[in-house]
Write a protein of this length. Sequence first.
Length: 321
Amino acid sequence: LGHSAVTHVFWLDHLIASALASLMGLSMCWWKRNHNTHHIVCNSVEHDPDIQHMPLIAVTPRVFAKPYWSTYYTKWVSMDGAAKVLVGNQHFVFYPMMALARFNLYVQSWIQLFSKERLHYRKVEICAMTVYCCWVVKLATSMPTWLEVLGWLLTSHAVAGILHVQIVISHGHAPGLCEALLVDDYTKWVSMDGAAKFLVGNQHFIFYPMMAVARFNLYVQSWIQLLSSEQLHYRKVEICAMLVYFCWVVKLATSMPTWLEMLSWLLTSHAVAGILHVQIVISHWAMETYHGHAYNDDTDDWYTTQLKTTMNVDTHPMLDF
């Protein structure tokens, strides 16, 4: 919905997502602003909100060098006394902070909705967020003791915190200013040969079968990466983990009484996982493609291309409550 990839109609996807704030408790207006900024200035220390976690944690040594101005939060960030203590112990602070991170997203959502910035469906989201808060409060206060209320709130939000751990770690390992995201690692020319012409010409037939078996390709790509000569973090750990996974799959598959059941289980289980591949591919197809070299200068069309599908502000006033 945030990428306009469900109905492919900007205002409709946005309206649905805003209404669903009654179930999620997060503002789509806030998410779009945060997410779009992240992709336009990805891993920029001064501009990307997804790597600005001071004074709790630092994702790059560059934040220690000198104070910097956060263009997203419009404030100076520096290593003050609190930051030195917390960052110095961030290996202890990280997981407790992720367990509570969702409460921060509630605060950011409300700050966004009550800001003076022009937003789509502000009133819809405020109503939906109010419904969500009333629902959570009602559920929490229905418990017999305050200890159970506190336990439920912390546990339920800590489970949601698993996603925050994944997001922060996936961004935290990359060098600043897009160095990890703009590496041209394709060393061969891709041309439309006879097979490609035939397959692309019939892609409307092969798309879903291909997605059903896409996970097998990810296995192959994983092993190619792990056995490559490229410098990798925790190569031996991942090889061991992958071997454990394959031994488990083989053991489970061979425990079935017939080869037909084994084949059916492998294909069905991987086809179910293929639903995610369908969502990922379709959500990216909805976005316009940029042809050229990114991040040349401030006038680069890269920036406007990134904004076209997720930040369209030309919605009709009748629809923009």
